[in-house]
Design a protein around this ligand. Structure first.
Ligand code: PLP
Length: 388
């Protein structure tokens, strides 16, 4: 089976992790701050906080922005459930904005229309989570302009997008958002096994997230309500969690950062081959905004079903049977049973549902060989009824 995504681990990565295993600190040592600094410097952000997953980072981001019961978080239905669940963790309510039919990202125009209505209904969102699907940046400038007008905060869920650029600047620099979140799950662009990071230019937000990732406990006398009792003293000043990243993970991440540009460049090469070799098939290829450089976490094709004598499911199953580890990113979140129980219905977000009925993620990863890619092209060509 040719997987849709796979990590690339070098001898240098292995050596870095082994070195930590033989060192004094397996957690709460020097690797985490070094990894944070490397990512912050790469992205041009003031602060970066490594945590044990992007899901945790999204939760901390929402808490730091003050999201709570009575508030609304809006995001796109075409994302992993974590982009929406983080709102529910905080007791807030979640709603969705339909996608742009070209980028498959949250549509800025649909957002504006929904904001106008929400203003009349007095239920404006406190937080909008903008997900850079497949690594393609959202229309951040437009979303940011709306945030100024309607007073919401922006979290970029950049789980797919580290190494990408928006208007020539790195994703993660926070020019148009309050907090940016990365995921380092093995299928993503760089990995720490499990892991995530939250970046911000606000010292206040960084301090809040730092506190909350480690139980709400501080050893900083400036944050305490009284003078320390002694050198052993710490205070719990908020209700936090254990969302810390280990030293092993951080060492792996730090080592992987050295190959980030190479990883993304290789994905662009692979995408270029697909763009050329799949051009004549009855499918819609990924559309790339000319103003941005995608992290290219995923390569999603959409079947033009009216030109193919098979169903979406049939094609998908044929590809799997033929040894392609194809996947579908994502099932619209509002159609999940948990969200249906909250009142969402099939038909609520038609562009997202249309996308779901046609989309397939085909294999693309750093270590993919030319032969493997040829096999994907040939298998697709055969499945879509265009012999060789
Ligand atoms: C992978 C992913 C997450 C969750 O990442 P974890 O690190 O596994 O918690 C969140 N949002 C999106 C868009 C993702 O792809």
């Amino acid at each position: 089976m040719i997987p849709y995504g796979k990590q690339s681990i070098s001898q240098q990565d292995i050596d870095a992790v082994v070195e930590v295993l033989q060192s004094d600190f397996l957690t709460q040592g020097p690797q985490v701050p070094a990894f944070e600094k490397a990512v912050a410097d790469y992205c041009g952000a003031e602060h970066a906080l490594a945590v044990n997953s992007a899901t945790s980072a999204l939760h901390l981001a929402c808490l730091a922005l003050g999201l709570e019961q009575g508030d609304w978080l809006w995001t796109t239905p075409i994302t992993f459930v974590a982009s929406a669940n983080c709102g529910l963790y905080c007791g807030a309510q979640v709603d969705f904005v339909d996608i742009d039919p070209h980028t498959y990202n949250l549509c800025a125009q649909a957002l504006e229309t929904k904001l106008q209505q929400a203003e009349q209904d007095n239920r404006l969102p406190k937080v909008v989570v903008a997900v850079h699907l497949c690594g393609q940046p959202c229309d951040l400038q437009a979303i940011h302009a709306l945030s100024q007008k309607y007073g919401f905060k922006i979290i970029e869920d950049a789980s797919h997008a580290i190494g990408g650029k928006y208007q020539g600047e790195p994703i993660g620099n926070g020019r148009y958002s309050d907090i940016t979140v990365f995921s380092f799950h093995p299928v993503k662009i760089i990995t720490t096994a499990e892991g995530g990071m939250a970046l911000t230019n606000s010292a206040e937000l960084a301090q809040k997230m730092d506190l909350l990732r480690s139980h709400g406990i501080t050893r900083n006398p400036e944050l305490m309500t009284q003078k320390p009792d002694g050198p052993w003293y710490y205070q719990q000043v908020d209700l936090g969690f254990n969302y810390r990243m280990t030293e092993l993970q951080a060492a792996l991440g730090l080592s992987q950062m050295q190959r980030l540009d190479e990883f993304v460049a290789r994905r662009h090469q692979l995408a270029q081959v697909y763009n050329e070799q799949l051009a004549d098939l009855p499918i819609t290829l990924p559309w790339q905004h000319p103003d941005s450089y995608s992290g290219l976490h995923l390569y999603v094709i959409r079947l033009q079903l009216d030109k193919i004598g098979k169903s979406h499911r049939q094609v998908f199953e044929e590809l799997r049977t033929a040894g392609l580890g194809v996947n579908l990113h994502y099932i619209p979140v509002h159609t999940q049973p948990y969200y249906q129980n909250m009142g969402f219905r099939q038909g609520d977000f038609p562009e997202a549902e249309a996308y779901y009925s046609e989309a397939i993620s085909i294999p693309m990863f750093h270590g993919m060989s030319a032969e493997q890619q040829k096999e994907v092209v040939n298998t697709l060509t055969q499945a879509l009824g265009h012999g060789f």
